[in-house]
Design a protein. Structure first.
Length: 767
């Protein structure tokens, strides 16, 4: 094949090498706009896995590259005058210029023709003479941008500014240095990539960048300002730029996240940064470029594979890998963009939060990297959780939490889950076993299902209620069992279904109206949940008074039944949530319009409940932190305001759920997918929060808690099939101080032994 590679970066060079290795008959030319030896950037980091891949692909160039690698293990986080060092991270790096030199030499050796000072224009007719044109022309690819429709290009320009500098100061560890100035925070990502040289990337928010005056400085002035700011880390060494083609403030870039729906069009194929980018803070761009190149060369040389099939396979496989990295990169990018959310953390927790920011590194991962450091974090966590009573090194999920005078034994909670099994609102033996079993299963806190304050406030005929004496008796039996047989605390979730009421049992169809026997429903406005549901009657003031008083009566009954805590359900599109979301609330009175107005009634209900509930016992409120409707609905930013408003009325915990507030929601699912909302409310609003939503492993729970993203973690579906989730987690983590029912002690120690043996065998096999 006759092939042109536009761009002689890692992608273009390594593709040319990989093609020639597979078939020396290919005629390959590389066109690079720069002169030889001229390039942007300084060092790049790799992982061991990338090294394995390039060694398998071309042992010759890999041998030269690995010989020149700089290795380092530690990460140093400098924050508020402290240096937090954690080890075991295992980085390898090389200068970008040197990497390109090695690849250029190897390409020449294999017969690739290299043209330098060769600016390429996609409109040039000469590209038609090639079988394939590889657009390896980087993040600002002209070839990609000349046909945005054909490639389905999506560009996301991120908020922070960064400048890629170098220095002769040699950093022994991968260094993050954070400095607070009167204009906000600036920080450096620095690492050694040669015996005498380090990369030094300076980053800050757009606002800080302007206020600091970088937009008005020449490149030299900007560098001088950075040298002054980071002087204590540079030990007299200078910072340098090699972006001489960029004038003044232009050297400071906003990262551009590129995604393309299609990676080829006609004879043009996108490769490396031209096809996709991953934020520099996870250091994977070069790895992706090299691995793209290997895969593309593989499929193009596979006998019997048509060009179309080859390109399909190239994109299908590589885009999966890219998606994973781009997701991690997005988390990491957002962490740095919202840095000021975490600057009130103590340095140790700040460093933990930084290390786990992309969600690729978890609590147990950190233990494998540096056990001693992780144990320091755990001791710190326990010390804070127990107000100094204990500083043991143990998983954060088992640390207690005090809310008012209630102390929960550990931080795992059974999230509220409707069982649709009550008759006339009365819980029965099913509920007794269901809640009893989950209490002895080890969770620190149990939430009841949404328990309705009136018959009309039920979602379905099977919902539990709290409006008559039978309900109190039945709930008291459950609460008494929980208290007598476990250390768990139990919280009564109270709610009213509003416009989502009068529907079938959960397993008969979600939100589907009853076949017969429907009762009239009311809501903030006459907006039906779906065309199939009733049009609710908009509530007048008398309705509002009545429902508020029903909530208060239910609270009083909750006291009689002995509950430890009350939660107001103001999420998921039910009555109070329907007031909060603009997608359901169309009122024009004092209870509609602005967020302040829409919150007025839910807050009134909450305040009335709080006044009736003992002041030494805590209350929480469940909210939907987003309507998953963009700016048309509740946004995560507004969720902070909502959390703060309830906290002012005496809420001790915000239970941060999301969505289910309208039919057209577009949720983005994934592991721990709602935790970012909890993180935001907790750390911007400085409120205690509970995270929920696809948290299913002990490692998730520990990572969330230690990183300060929530104070409690709630698991719903995992508890449906495994009431003993917490005890199993304790056995898995070899944590002995958990409350095990004495009747089950034997089983617990056997499980712990077996899991330990299995883990040892797995570790031995890995070695
Ligand atoms: C601040 C920063 C730090 C980074 N740190 C790391 C890191 O630690 N580890 C890592 O793996 N990655 C890192 N990256 C990303 C990495 O630089 C890129 O992902 C990688 O270079 C992609 O390789 P590429 O060959 O696709 O593109 P590039 O390396 O950008 O190469 C494209 C080449 O095409 C040439 N070119 C462009 N247009 C034309 C044209 N019209 N005609 C002729 N030639 C053209 C350019 O001159 C360039 O040489 C970082 C990026 C930034 C911005
Ligand atoms: C069967 C079932 C019933 C639920 N009922 C309620 C409920 O009554 N009140 C509530 O606030 N959330 C309810 N939820 C939502 C859960 O509390 C939780 O927020 C959601 O399932 C996400 O957590 P998970 O991924 O751990 O399941 C219910 C979830 C399930 C699966």
């Amino acid at each position: 094949m006759k092939i042109a590679c536009v761009g002689g970066g890692p992608a273009g060079l390594y593709f040319a090498i990989s093609m020639k290795l597979r078939d020396p008959a290919h005629e390959i030319e590389i066109f690079e706009r720069n002169a030889p030896g001229v390039t942007f950037g300084w060092g790049v980091v790799f992982s061991d896995l990338t090294v394995d891949n390039i060694t398998r692909n071309d042992p010759v160039s890999a041998e030269v590259i690995t010989r020149e690698f700089a290795h380092w293990d530690d990460i140093d986080v400098h924050f508020r005058g402290e240096t937090i060092t954690s080890g075991g991270h295992g980085f390898i790096g090389i200068g970008r210029k040197r990497l390109l030199e090695i690849l250029q030499n190897r390409a020449r050796e294999l017969g690739v023709v290299l043209h330098f000072d060769a600016e390429c224009d996609p409109a040039d007719p000469k590209w038609r003479d090639y079988d394939l044109v590889i657009a390896s022309d980087g993040i600002n690819s002209r070839f990609r941008d000349s046909q945005p429709e054909a490639f389905g290009t999506d560009v996301d320009v991120r908020g922070n500014r960064f400048v890629w500098l170098g220095t002769s100061k040699v950093f022994d560890a991968f260094t993050f240095a954070f400095e607070e100035t009167e204009h906000g925070w600036l920080w450096a990502h620095a690492y050694r990539f040669a015996p005498d040289c380090s990369t030094f990337i300076v980053e800050c928010s757009e606002q800080t960048w302007h206020e600091f005056g970088f937009d008005r400085m020449s490149q030299d002035e900007g560098i001088a300002a950075c040298e002054k700011l980071f002087a204590k880390y540079l030990d007299g060494h200078r910072l340098q730029s090699n972006a001489s083609h960029l004038v003044g403030s232009a050297a400071w870039l906003n990262f551009r996240r590129i995604k393309c729906e299609r990676w080829s069009s006609g004879n043009v194929i996108l490769l490396g940064d031209a096809a996709h980018t991953a934020h520099f803070s996870i250091g994977s761009g070069t790895k992706l470029a090299l691995e793209d190149a290997i895969k593309l060369a593989d499929v193009l040389n596979r006998k019997g594979l048509s060009l179309e099939a080859a390109l399909n396979e190239y994109q299908a496989e590589r885009s999966l890998e890219v998606l994973k990295l781009q997701n991690s990169a997005r988390n990491s990018t957002e962490w740095f963009e919202t840095l000021e959310r975490y600057t009130h953390f103590e340095p140790l927790q700040f460093a933990y939060s930084l290390l786990t920011r992309s969600q690729r590194i978890s609590h147990e991962n950190l233990r494998l990297r540096d056990r001693e450091w992780l144990e320091t974090v755990e001791r710190w966590f326990w010390k804070r959780a127990t107000e100094g009573r204990s500083n043991k090194s143990a998983p954060p999920m088992f640390a207690p939490l005090k809310l008012r005078e209630m102390e929960v034994e550990n931080r795992v909670t059974v999230s509220p889950m409707a069982m649709y099994s009550a008759v006339e609102g009365t819980p029965n033996d099913f509920h007794f076993v269901h809640y009893g079993e989950r209490a002895i299963g080890g969770a620190g806190l149990l939430f009841t299902e949404m328990t309705c304050v009136s018959p009309e406030g039920r979602i379905s005929p099977g919902c539990t209620g709290m409006w008559n004496a039978d309900h109190v008796t039945a709930w008291k039996r459950i609460v008494d069992f929980v208290h007598a047989n476990s250390k768990a605390k139990i919280c009564l979730q109270l709610g009213h279904s509003g416009g989502k009421g009068s529907t079938k049992l959960g397993w008969e169809g979600n939100d589907v109206p009853l076949d017969d026997g429907n009762w009239p429903v009311m809501a903030a406005s006459d907006v039906p949940w779906s065309p199939a549901n009733q049009v609710p009657a908009p509530m007048n003031r008398a309705d509002m008074d009545k429902v508020r008083d029903e909530f208060v009566t239910a609270v009083r009954m909750g006291i009689e039944a002995g509950f430890d805590m009350i939660e107001l359900h103001a999420a998921h599109g039910y009555l109070l949530s329907g007031f909060i979301t603009p997608l359901q609330n169309k009122r024009t009175d004092d209870y509609g319009g602005s967020l302040e107005n829409r919150l007025r009634y839910p807050l009134e209900v909450f305040a009335a409940m709080r006044a009736a509930w003992p002041s030494d016992r805590p209350m929480s409120v469940r909210i939907s932190a987003t309507d998953w409707a963009g700016e048309d609905g509740i946004t995560p930013e507004e969720a902070v305001t909502i959390g703060e408003a309830f906290a002012r009325e005496g809420a001790d915990l915000i239970d941060v759920s999301a969505g289910q507030t309208w039919g057209g929601q577009q949720p983005v699912y994934g592991r721990m997918f709602q935790t970012p909302f909890s993180d935001r409310i907790r750390n911007e609003g400085r409120l205690a929060t509970m995270a929920v939503g696809n948290i299913y492993e002990p490692d998730h729970a520990n990572s969330i808690l230690a990183a300060g993203r929530a104070d409690l973690v709630a698991l719903a579906r995992p508890h449906l099939v495994d009431p003993f989730w917490t005890l199993r987690a304790a056995a898995q983590l070899d944590y002995r101080d958990v409350a095990v029912p004495p009747q089950y002690l034997n089983g617990m120690s056997q499980l712990a032994r077996n899991l330990k043996r299995e883990a040892e065998m797995a570790a031995a096999l890995r070695v």
